[in-house]
Write a protein that binds this ligand. Structure first.
Ligand SMILES: C[S@@+](CC[C@H](N)C(=O)[O-])C[C@H]1O[C@@H](n2cnc3c(N)ncnc32)[C@H](O)[C@@H]1O
Length: 197
């Protein structure tokens, strides 16, 4: 059992986490609109999907979603949701498909996962190989502006990983500002995006 497995059962009960997913999806809708893209009929990879909070918004938006996460506990929660909601266009697996996908993704999203990866640039490069030409990659992560801070990513780290992976039209900026009543801190995660030329 890994640390994420232990968090899985209470994950959806956390108002801050739910609010983050909702705000991330709202920011994604803006990014999609800016690129002239839409969810209905699209094929999406939700990498580091957790319990599928973002997956649910994507499915409701009309996308077919492959959700991937290394935590069995998180996947169990998502699989229960798939069953309950009768989602037929969602898969939940612990590993990325091997080799070139038969049908590349229109969109790949990584919500609060990239900063936890052992080799973030290598994983982004692997993910980008699964995008169709013109496909969009979007990630959200806490900004690490203090070099001594163990968590998060800097804007330069994101820009450099997305560039090295072959993406173009790269933008890295605050993805959303979200304040939850009763909580002091405003969430201001970075959103990194790029398209495969
Ligand atoms: C902060 S949680 C975010 C979960 C979800 N995206 C959300 O916003 O609710 C980070 C997730 O990344 C997953 N994760 C960590 N390393 C991973 C890896 N190498 N491959 C896939 N998922 C990973 C964890 O299991 C965990 O579910």
């Amino acid at each position: 059992m890994n640390d994420w497995d232990q968090l899985a059962v209470s994950w959806d009960g956390d108002e801050i986490i739910r609010s983050y997913a909702s705000a991330a999806f709202a920011s994604l809708e803006q990014v999609l609109a800016a690129h002239g893209m839409a969810l209905p009929g699209s094929r999406v990879l939700d990498f580091g999907c957790g319990t599928g909070l973002l997956t649910a918004f994507l499915v409701d938006g009309g996308a077919a979603v492959d959700a991937v996460d290394t935590s069995a506990g998180m996947l169990n929660v998502l699989r229960a949701k798939i069953k309950t909601h009768g989602w037929t266009d969602v898969s939940a697996t612990s590993e990325l498909p091997v080799g070139a996908p038969t049908r590349p993704y229109d969109l790949i999203v990584c919500s609060s996962v990239c900063a936890f990866l052992d080799d973030y640039p290598a994983v982004v490069a692997q993910l980008v190989r699964m995008l169709r030409r013109g496909g969009l990659f979007v990630q959200w992560d806490w900004e690490r502006d203090d070099p001594d801070d163990a968590h998060g990513l800097t804007r330069d780290e994101i820009r450099s990983a997305l560039t090295a992976a072959g993406l173009a039209n790269i933008r890295v900026q605050v993805g959303f500002e979200n304040t939850i009543p009763g909580y002091e801190e405003t969430m201001r995660p970075l959103l990194g995006e790029g398209r495969l030329p």
